[in-house]
Design a protein around this ligand. Structure first.
Ligand code: ZN
Length: 85
């Protein structure tokens, strides 16, 4: 449960990106670069990459609305605001 009282999917409301899955690959052994016999990959397990979300009030068509957006979109917005000012 989120602090807003409703369950929301972890997604950016602008670009729609969300959590993606990948693999954890533990490396064992000393790398050849460091004078070892080389590294071996251990048992790979599934992992998730969570999106870096932030909530921000955004004004569109004169309506101020709380929006959950990723840091990439946040950066784009601040850059656009800087260019327009
Ligand atoms: Zn986004």
């Amino acid at each position: 449960m989120s602090k807003f009282g409703v369950v929301m999917s972890r997604k950016c409301e602008i670009c729609g990106r969300g959590t993606v899955s990948g693999q954890n690959a533990p490396r064992k052994g000393l790398p050849k670069k460091k004078g070892g016999a080389g590294v071996h990959i251990g048992v790979t397990t599934k992992r998730t990459f969570k999106i870096n979300l932030h909530s921000k009030y955004i004004e569109s068509n004169g309506v101020r609305k709380k929006t959950r957006l990723c840091t990439r979109c946040l950066r784009t917005l601040t850059r656009k605001a800087y260019l327009n000012a």
